[in-house]
Design a protein around this ligand. Sequence first.
Ligand code: AMP
Ligand code: AMP
Length: 355
Amino acid sequence: MRNIIERYDPKKIAIGTLGSHSALNIFKGAKEEGFRTVCVCKENDAIVYRKFGLVDEMILVRDFSELMEERIQEKLRQLNVILIPHGSFTAFLSTDDLISRLRVPMFGNRELLRLEADRKKQADWLRKAGLKLPCTLKSPEDIDRLIIAKLPGARGGRGYFLAASPESFHKKFNDMVRRGLLKEEDKEKIHLQEYLLGVNVYPSYFSSIIDNEVEILGIDRRYESAVDAIGRISASEQLEIGANPTYTIVGNIPVVVRESLLPEMIRMGERVHETAKKLAPPGIIGPFCLETVITDDLQIHTFEISARIVAGTNVGIGTSPYAYLKYGENMYMGRRIALEIRKAIELGRLSGVLT
Ligand code: AMP
Ligand code: AMP
């Protein structure tokens, strides 16, 4: 990778990503920091990137997996592209491909994408950082409390369900299979996690290698179908239709938290990066997000980390209260990424923020 970066012309660096998830956020930020932008896009989605006029070079593909083809990678290298990974990279490409077969410089630490993809390693990382995690059950037969059943990988909550006993687990699993949301063979892969009754809060951080600081840039919550709709019908109707909450992500909503929650939230971000430094030097490069549930005793429980930009930062395009406090107007995750790359170029430290 170092060889590839050395061949890049620092004056002609372009910022590229897959056309989906948080690409508008990334491209707008790149433009505002003076970079050219390259979008690897499916024909059907190109309307979005054309409409907002944020893309200088469009590379059309039939499927995102074409990013693994040498022809596309060569084109990206010719354009001096730095790739910004987001949720579609982890959802549609295999971790091995992302780490070893994607020979285009990437802003971020690829080793951490591997840790993120492995539930056990991810939990070890968060525990080492001193975060509170919901407990995990080994088998459906052990279910003795409310649990949430999850499939591995970023699927945006699709196919998740709740159960409070082995019987209700099997019944609901079969129901999900019948509705086409899960496959029979998924049963082996399902992760059973204690369900925390609280509100979900997703703080997004930026770990700057150049400034040696972890910033908190915004907080959001998710807007999920059908769970956010269930409260709109009465309990009697819920019972009548056997309503079973699902968590398909539809969008995000900005959140500001009680100021007294911020000290812990800020320290959590710093500790996660400090721990990552030991697990995979130099630690987190750029954006990350902790997915938390805050219970009514004001404890912050973390059930997941994304070691990359999350789509929840899209609520901050333009500005968010937390970005405003540090930067004034017009700072958001996409721009913060581009700013870091620009600073790294100016200081001759580009290879320090790419892998
Ligand atoms: P999409 O192109 O919208 O299917 O998104 C690509 C991947 O990112 C999928 O796995 C989605 O579930 C996930 N994703 C997209 N938007 C969000 C969001 N706002 N929050 C969480 N995950 C998301
Ligand atoms: P995820 O796709 O893992 O980010 O989670 C999808 C949805 O499930 C979100 O609404 C989360 O708040 C919720 N969720 C995930 N894990 C838990 C948990 N352990 N306790 C409560 N809610 C959870």
